[in-house]
Design a protein around this ligand. Sequence first.
Ligand code: LMR
Length: 330
Amino acid sequence: MRLSHLLLSFVCLLPGAVLAQQPIVIKFSHVVAVDTPKGQAALRFKELAEKASQGKVKVEVFPNSQLYKDKEELEALQLGAVQMLAPSLAKFGPLGVKEYEVFDLPYIFPNKATLTAVMDGKIGQDLMQKLESKGIKGLAYWDNGFKIMSANKPLRSVADFKGLKMRIQASKVLDAQMRVLGANPQVLAFSEVYQALGNGLVDGTENPPSNMYTQKMHEVQKHLTVSNHGYLGYAVIVNKKFWDGLPADIRKILEKAMADATTYERAIAQRDNELALDAIKKSGKTAIYQQTPAEAAEWKKAMLPVHKEMEGRIGADLIKAIGQEAARNK
Ligand code: LMR
């Protein structure tokens, strides 16, 4: 028997597992509960990517800061310890892409149409381009709607914020926002907020209802004000070296799975936040206050100067470009 035939017969005897390619593993880490828009979309991406790749790709989702909490996760991504994240747009400043904090400017988005136009248009794509020099590839923007404020005292007038220690994400814009309200901003990892509110380390915070409810913040906050004063969204990102190293056909499959997961995520975000606010109301643990137009106007008047104050950090042209987009999407 020729050597080649002998080798071939030997190889064919190898157990199937050895012959089958090992799957490409994507570790997808995030900091929110599974039952949130981002948590559900991460699972939808997993389902779509594994099915479309016929098992060539395996997505391992690690929710609720199980693997890494806020700051750690970006470092882990750059080191290649995880392949995918979806951090809040408020968390890219420490990475050096401070322009993303434009999304944190209070009252910058008058409606979702403006937001979508910014995310899916040139502005959003140019911002994603800025990630690449940091070894990060941006794949999509996910939504989590507008933020409300909470504390253990009623928050009706701006004066009510005076001296309050308010937890924020690591964003200089949010720091400035709380300071113009007379509060003391405290940056804390998302996974530490519930405990910090419970033990009085901080007095209050801001977040969309879905994050407040799923982290049980309403159980340690006596008052919520439905202000919708600011926005919270995400950039879904991958380690660029990992992404560029994928076979082209696999990359194409993942891009389609991500596009479909993004459509799904944006479709559930608003509803999830409405349901979370209803659930908080039903819990009876916290008082939910709807602002009067006069109160909303007072808050907006107090917070708008942050736009000018932050021009040097974010770029006046970028803020102006979003204003023009808002005018087009009135
Ligand atoms: C927060 O830290 O409050 C949020 O960015 C958490 C999240 O990922 O929605």
